[in-house]
Design a protein around this ligand. Sequence first.
Ligand code: NOJ
Length: 628
Amino acid sequence: MNREAIVYYLPGCPYSTRLRVALTLRRVPFRSVRFRDDEEGLPGSARSTAATSCRPRCGSATRGCRTRPRRRSPRPWPRRLDRFRKSWWHGRVTEAWWKSAVVYQIYPRSFSDSDGDGIGDLRGIEERLDYLSALGVDVLWLSPVYPSPQDDAGYDISDYQDIDPVFGTLDDFDRLLAGVHARGMKLIMDLVVNHTSDEHPWFREHRDWYWWRPPRAGMAGGEPGAEPTNWRSFFSGPTWEYDPASGEYYLHLFSRKQPDLNWENPEVRAAVHAMMRWWLDRGVDGFRMDVINMISKDPALPDGPGGDGSAHYLCGPRIHEFLQEMHREVFAGRPRKLLTVGEMPGVTTDQARLFTDPARAEVDMVFQFEHVNVDHGPSKWDLKPLDLVALKAVMNRWQSGLADVGWNSLYWNNHDQPRVASRYGDGSPLSAKALGTVLHLHRGTPYVYQGEELGMTNAPFDSIADFRDIESLNHYAEAGPDALPALRARGRDNARTPMQWDASPHAGFTTGEPWIAVNPNHKEINAVEAVADPDSVFHHYRKLIDLRHTEPCVVHGDFTLLMPDDPQVYAFTRAHDGVELLVLANLSAEPARVDVDPAWLDAEVVLATLPDERSAVLRPWESRVYRR
Ligand code: NOJ
């Protein structure tokens, strides 16, 4: 009990965080854990050999910050520790390891282009792994890289077991995966099995693997209104496409090139399970499952009110059965610890408890949408200003709904959402930090979407010619030029502009012509600047990630919302094992007084984005974390 674990900030430092997490999880009786960033006493083989060009530095403005400089080298671990890491981190950690993990989403088209064709690729990602390792994230989620006609930017897959040439080859993929694992991170794939591309061989060869229906009774196929149901597609227009050759329609909840698979057919399920096993056998660490709560549909496919068929395809009658079967067929008995994330539009907290209750063996966490639906009306294009009180109420409901059973995913951004720094913030780095503070201190697993850690903002698109996304283009085609302000505010392309690596003409993303315009603000907002500036959004995120790795209260603490009706301040506490944290953030452009126990203002400051952390008034977009 009197022993002390010394954790060295070795080259490739994130491992040391994991070591500490591993010790914490197993309640190994070390009295204290001391952190060293020198290399004295280490075997020669463990010493760093290369300085890194993107070495992060601890922000001097932050009091009580436990982060330390990190280094990297081609061989970051002494062999003995390497064996230890492999057995603990990749093998036998019995706890839900992902509770203390942070996931980083990569949208490959827009991340990093290695070959100058203007589209990001796998080698480009590989070249950036040290950057991701320096940020400290644990898991990378790759948006789809499979062969695809790219009607919906890769979410229309024509071959589940290969890589689209635009992104590289399976060999490139294996190299990338090895590079990810060598840095102690994991990689999860996007699993898109509610639908395939209409160019997938399954669609030609297995008609009964899809939903086919005759025209509405008494009507001729192809005539307006003859669709089998009145459902509207997520990408405008009806969810049915007429096939003159057979005289029937097929169902597509998304584009007409994304026919929905019929999971009622056991052959479909077996084929999907086999494909998933193939990727796990290749070494991937799990899946983010695209719209997975849409795979069970009411086979009667009835009309829905006003064309909204969601009651008949969201969390349908066999959804739990299908996910439990998938778990048995694909994941059960695998020695490595994996991660499954279910993207579930429209899911309620009660349903999410069922999906993520470990005893039911369905998925580890759900990705829900309520908190990104508070600033629009019934359609995502009906803009409303953010109501902070409503946002807090939604987040609070999810915190309490999954407090004792199940687990939350925490996110502001992904490839479908506008950039949060522009959306809930004012575009400034301070607002990006405040939003990051709030999100990462909730209970759940945080997701960082590429560029969020830099405070990237929405794109200043001038005209419809700047947009690329099928959802925006279809909406514009239907609604006309008046739709442009909504597309600018809510369009998915805001998230898809190239990652801003440096201040050079194409932001260091490509040497060619980028497939979508680079945001001109890359001259100020870019990774090179951010990594060099200890006060940047990047370093703030790095500290938040480190805090999750080192402070069990962030992972396990009970959540209590404070000041629920305040329209400016987001305040809450976390409590675990005698430790309490207070999070304060002013999510407004005006100063705001905090109404909390005044003793808190004398507590230890763990993170603060402005000096004078003892004041009861928060300046615009200021955020702080205290511990006592
Ligand atoms: C959800 C994905 O996140 C989105 O990008 C895609 O368009 C739809 N599912 C269809 O796959």
